[in-house]
Ligand binder design. Structure first.
Ligand code: ADP
Ligand code: F6P
Length: 324
């Protein structure tokens, strides 16, 4: 067991559906291997403040089906500073904790890497709806977020079609267009505006005009929150050109981050959580669990952090073929 007796787990950054399942798997795998498992409340803030409690298998009963994170989460920008990282290590030592599992997005995993570089045994689990973490086919919560988005877009399409309107639907994703791109493809949107590809207002007007001229009853445009054009600008430009469709805008916002995790996210959470404890058992540190094909693998955090996860270039080609 490479001298590990006490493991702590935390969720950090934006919550994502599946985080609870991952906490549960870490607690149960740890207990299975006779480790003491601790939960850290509110991420790095709780760690620095010593908000740490023992977790047993019963404490994580009935949470796999719930969105959010029962350990809660937080953002502590100061954790980039050496002084805060030292305080965190001091707290871990005070509690006799030998290893840490951090469930979160790229920022949270940067914090995990910083602790690893200071000698703490740390394993990361990618948890973020954005799917912007390099090296894993999916992060926890992406599948659930997509299901929520497509349900919303399907509903909007009903009303758009009834009124002959163009809808601009803004979805989260930070600087990554994955959610916008995939949700647009599977709902039959006319166009997706993503941060990875700058577009002009003229281009968007032309796309909508083309849909109108083809006799379509509506047009859906999915706009990633980090795209170079914002919904309001696009709406003003479309209205000014009087293309034929009335224009409406819907910002899905945080709705997309909540809700019951899908089967895919629950299974991924379970596999990631157990894999994280197994990695610690094998003496590993500074690695992140990742999905590669159908396998769970480990990636060095040093390799993961700072890289941009690319959007499959084939998706733009699909859009071209499907919207002709
Ligand atoms: P996410 O993990 O979802 O990407 P953030 O980028 O907000 O969310 O990061 C979550 C938290 O991780 C931050 O509030 C901070 O406490 C910590 N963090 C982010 N970047 C770093 C970094 N470079 N070094 C250390 N800690 C970091
Ligand atoms: O990283 C997850 C995410 O939901 C992003 O998609 C979004 O940009 C951000 O977090 C929103 O953060 P907050 O909850 O602090 O508004």
């Amino acid at each position: 067991m490479s001298e590990i007796r006490r493991v702590a787990v935390m969720t950090s950054g934006g919550d994502s559906p599946g985080m609870n399942g991952a906490i549960r798997a870490v607690v149960r795998a740890g207990t299975y291997y006779d480790l003491e498992v601790y939960g850290i409340r509110q991420a790095y803030r709780g760690l620095v403040n010593g908000d740490i409690e023992r977790l047993d298998t019963r404490d994580v009963a009935g949470i796999i089906q719930a969105g959010g994170t029962f350990l809660q989460t937080a953002r502590l920008p100061e954790f980039k500073e050496e002084a805060y990282q030292r305080k965190a290590i001091r707290r871990l030592n005070e509690h006799g904790i030998d290893a840490l599992v951090v469930i979160g997005g790229d920022g949270s995993l940067s914090g995990a890497l910083a602790l690893h570089q200071r000698g703490v045994k740390v394993i990361g689990i990618p948890g973020s709806i954005d799917n912007d973490i390099w090296g894993t086919a999916s992060s926890l919560g992406v599948d659930t977020a997509l299901d929520t988005i497509i349900e919303a877009i399907d509903r909007l399409r009903d009303t758009a079609s009834s009124h002959e309107r163009v809808f601009l639907v803004e979805v989260m994703g930070n600087k990554c267009g994955y959610l916008a791109m995939v949700s647009g493809l599977v709902t039959g949107a006319e166009f997706m505006i993503i941060p990875e590809e700058e577009v002009t207002l003229e281009h968007v007007n032309a796309v909508v005009e083309d849909a109108y001229m083809k006799g379509k009853s509506h047009a859906m445009i999915v706009v990633a929150e980090g795209a170079n054009l914002k919904c309001q600008q696009i709406a003003e430009s479309l209205s000014a050109h009087d293309i034929g469709f009335e224009v409406r805008t819907t910002i899905l916002g945080h709705v997309v981050r909540g809700g019951r995790p899908t089967t895919f996210d629950r299974l991924l959470a379970t596999r990631f959580g157990v894999a994280a404890v197994n990695a610690l058992k094998e003496g590993k540190s500074g690695v992140m669990t990742a999905l590669e094909g159908t396998d769970i693998v480990l990636r060095n955090l040093e390799e993961v952090i700072g890289k941009q996860r690319p959007i499959n270039p084939g998706y733009s080609e699909l859009l071209k073929i499907l919207t002709r």
